[in-house]
Design a protein around this ligand. Structure first.
Ligand SMILES: [Fe+2]
Ligand SMILES: [Fe+2]
Length: 219
């Protein structure tokens, strides 16, 4: 059976991740490279394991996460759908089980807040893991005076974790934001749609979603 490790050692996949991230860098976007992929992959897997899903479901979430931003190599716009089609082709060539390919393709195609929906537990885990990865070290613009809102929000976040309370069925995202860099309002300006998607994803997993910023509960 195809594993996350197989994907992580695949030169085509890794070239697309690297190049896609370079192209986003040219446009001034935050980092979507190997560190982002590794974190989202690990967290996606852990979310399903913590909630009692079986090992293979969790592995599929980790694999979907490993491939989720491949589409950035084509274009940032529509990267979830282009990435889904690329993943389909790659996984098919690697002889993955067709139903598993379908699960991963759908999760990738649904990870973006513009058009995404938690269509499966794998998709839900990927949404939560991806949207929770907000951090100062993702900002690549070296010029603080010319930060855009995405840079400011990411730069302001010095700590972000996702907590799973499997007993109480609560998924909470905890962020600490330096409000001198970015007021909480700015966070909401770009993150509200992501947080609403996270709430739907948590709901799909039978959990409530909570958002805590600087120890204040906001959702
Ligand atoms: Fe993405
Ligand atoms: Fe991502």
């Amino acid at each position: 059976m195809l594993s996350l490790q197989d994907l992580a050692s695949n030169s085509l996949i890794n070239a697309f991740i690297k190049k896609g991230n370079e192209h986003l860098g040219v446009m001034g976007y935050t980092d979507h490279g190997p560190l982002h992929i590794a974190i989202v992959s690990r967290v996606s897997r852990e979310i399903l394991l913590r909630l009692g899903y079986d090992e293979r479901r969790a592995e599929l979430a980790g694999m979907a996460a490993y491939l989720h931003d491949l589409g950035n190599v084509v274009n940032r716009n529509g990267h979830s759908q282009s990435g889904a089609l690329m993943a389909f082709r790659i996984l098919h060539d690697l002889n993955m089980d067709p139903e598993e390919i379908a699960v991963i393709t759908a999760a990738i195609g649904n990870h973006d807040e513009g058009s995404g929906h938690p269509v499966s537990e794998v998709a839900a885990a990927l949404i939560l893991a991806d949207k929770s990865h907000v951090h100062r070290n993702r900002v690549r613009n070296p010029d603080i005076a010319n930060f855009d809102i995405h840079d400011r929000v990411n730069y302001a976040v010095n700590h972000s974790i996702i907590n799973i309370d499997e007993q109480a069925r609560i998924i909470s995202m905890e962020l600490s934001i330096d409000t001198k860099v970015c007021p909480v309002m700015e966070y909401f300006e770009i993150f509200l749609s992501r947080m609403l998607l996270c709430r739907r994803a948590a709901g799909f997993l039978g959990c409530e979603f909570e958002l805590l910023i600087n120890e204040v509960r906001l959702l």
